[in-house]
Design a protein around this ligand. Structure first.
Ligand SMILES: [Zn+2]
Length: 183
């Protein structure tokens, strides 16, 4: 282990520093808080390598013994249960990971230096146009009638009254819809 790695802050050392600052009632510089947050993010949520592998025969309660590289690779054929031991506690996976680009998340727009582990994009504002106040299918019959009338240039008294009522209703609904969605 190199000197730099040995002196790198760990989750434990960070918690210790935080508790000391809390107990001392000290004002903590923003840069220090930033370092704490970075340590937690890296150590808890970043990629971690196990510090040690241990194994024991499967379905037994025998003591765990150090596993060789081969034990890990061929655990199944050797009938071994392997466990990986990490230096830092494993954090739960975020429900949704950030997608950072140019220092900001593309989904929630948080900056990478202040974002938490979970990505919580704002709920999109509902588009009123999606909520049609009427079924577009209702337009089919009047339009077909109009097509028919245009082709034959004939309309009887009964149909004329019927289509006048129908189209008036639909035009009113359409006007209301246009008024509502302009706001
Ligand atoms: Zn995000």
């Amino acid at each position: 282990m190199t000197e730099a790695v040995a002196n790198a802050p760990t989750v434990a050392s960070t918690v210790r520093a935080m508790r000391r600052a809390g107990a001392g009632n000290d004002a903590v510089p923003a840069a220090t808080v930033g370092t704490w947050a970075r340590t937690f993010m890296d150590r808890l949520y970043g990629p971690q390598k196990p510090v040690r592998y241990e194994c024991r025969p499967s379905h037994t309660v025998e003591p765990w013994l150090p596993a060789t590289h081969g034990d890990v690779l061929h655990a199944r054929s050797r009938g071994l249960t392997v466990r990986a031991l990490y230096l830092h506690p494993k954090a739960e996976r975020p429900a949704k990971a950030h997608r950072f680009r140019d220092g900001a998340c593309q989904d929630c727009h948080e900056h990478d230096w202040m974002a938490g582990p979970d990505c919580c994009p704002p709920t999109p504002t509902p588009d009123h146009r999606a909520a049609l106040p009427f079924d577009p299918l209702w337009l089919r019959e009047p339009l077909e009638a109009l097509q028919q009338i245009a082709a034959t240039k004939v309309i009887n008294h009964y149909d004329a009254r019927r289509w006048q009522t129908e189209t008036t209703y639909l035009l009113e609904r359409l006007d209301q819809y246009l008024k509502d969605t302009q706001a």
